[in-house]
Ligand binder design. Structure first.
Ligand SMILES: NC(=O)C1=CN([C@@H]2O[C@H](COP(=O)(O)OP(=O)(O)OC[C@H]3O[C@@H](n4cnc5c(N)ncnc54)[C@H](O)[C@@H]3O)[C@@H](O)[C@H]2O)C=CC1
Ligand SMILES: O=C(O)CCC(=O)C(=O)O
Length: 333
């Protein structure tokens, strides 16, 4: 069996972590033959709750879990870690936009970027989940200059999973029959869920999602809005933000980054933009990517119509504004 790897989850006493830790420790992300040492970071007042999570992890009797290190010290949490799930941040309440969290949350990601820079492995893979996820990932990378910028990513896989589920339901096919419906831009209500390169297996035949659904008004209207506003709909219903589905999406994201995507499969990841498809450069923008050997590559050559281009422009503008605001907050600190 392989040597254990160290994996950190921040916000480890929170609701997403409660689902996420079990999935990671069962081997659903790094593999069923990859032993793990789990580092659990939370803030000092949550250490009592975290102790309960540690007890439960022990009581799960998971063969791959070699050690659990609960801590409130980022230096301990990030020491020698190969992968980081940065979940710990304040969630929004009903009526707020995710960017309303920016001033409180970016400072967390500045401090954690600095700790990653000093203590983590230089090939660490960082997934930022805490909102506003794209801009937090940008800030985190900015304060970890010794680590390549492509090692910092933000989660838009939940949005992709939501979009895929909406299309599958519309067509009355299983989720596994729908592929390559992707998310562009920000994990916010300006994101653009794009079915135009999606394919679906319907009655044994592979079709473009666009042709299979055959309802442009739905694909450019209700579908887009439902995915954009799904997080808010869950908050309105649950009075708490999505957690089980967020944990599942975090596992999907890291799994595909770690192990690679299947040939021809696109997944959505917030990654540092090189300006592809006219997106602003140097913001963390969600693109369709393919992954192999632990690296992601933006899928090139997809066609964007005028509708799609206008949506990318809106979400790109929002990311540039968030970047300006975040950097101002961080430099005022
Ligand atoms: N990107 C995405 O698709 C999604 C992002 N989110 C975001 O994930 C974040 C976490 O959500 P939940 O787990 O539901 O929240 P939660 O409030 O249940 O848990 C957050 C945990 O983070 C901890 N925390 C706060 N500051 C910290 C710090 N400096 N270091 C370490 N831990 C810290 C808190 O003490 C708490 O235990 C929120 O910002 C939420 O908006 C949630 C769902 C989807
Ligand atoms: O919507 C939120 O603010 C919290 C959870 C989230 O980001 C989501 O469900 O997409």
């Amino acid at each position: 069996m392989a040597e254990p790897i160290r994996v950190v989850v921040t916000g480890a006493a929170g609701q997403i972590a409660y689902s996420l830790l079990y999935m990671i420790a069962r081997g659903e992300v790094f593999g069923k033959d990859q032993p793990l040492v789990l580092h659990l970071l939370d803030i000092p007042p949550m250490m009592g709750v975290l102790e309960g999570v540690v007890m439960e992890l022990a009581d799960c009797a998971l063969p791959l879990l070699r050690q659990v290190i609960p801590t409130a010290d980022p230096a301990v949490a990030f020491k020698d870690v190969a992968a980081a799930f940065l979940v710990g941040a304040m969630p929004r309440k009903e009526g707020m936009e995710r960017k309303d969290l920016l001033s409180a949350n970016v400072k967390i990601f500045k401090a954690q970027g600095q700790a990653i820079d000093q203590h983590a492995r230089k090939d660490i893979k960082v997934l930022v989940v805490g909102n506003p996820a794209n801009t937090n990932a940008l800030v985190c990378s900015h304060y970890a200059p010794s680590i390549p910028r492509e090692n910092f990513t933000a989660m838009t896989r939940l949005d992709q999973n939501r979009a895929t589920a909406q299309i599958a339901a519309k067509l009355g096919v299983p989720i596994s029959a729908v592929k390559n419906v992707v998310i562009w831009g920000n994990h916010s209500s300006t994101q653009f869920p794009d079915p135009s390169n999606g394919v679906a297996e319907v009655n044994g035949t592979s079709k473009r999602v666009w042709d299979a659904v055959n309802d442009a008004a739905f694909l450019q209207g209700n579908f887009v809005e439902t995915v954009q506003k799904r997080g808010a709909a869950v908050i309105a219903a649950r009075k708490m933000s999505s957690a089980m589905s967020a944990a599942k999406a975090a596992c999907d994201h890291m799994h595909d980054w770690w192990h690679g995507t299947a040939p021809g499969q696109f997944v959505s990841m917030g990654v540092i933009s090189d300006g592809s498809y006219g997106a602003p450069k140097d913001v963390v923008f969600s693109f369709p990517v393919e992954t192999s050997n632990g690296k992601w590559k933006i899928v090139q050559g997809l066609q964007l119509d005028d509708f799609a281009k206008s949506k990318l422009a809106i979400t790109g503008k929002e990311l540039e504004e968030e970047k300006g605001e975040a950097m101002a907050v961080c430099s005022a600190d």
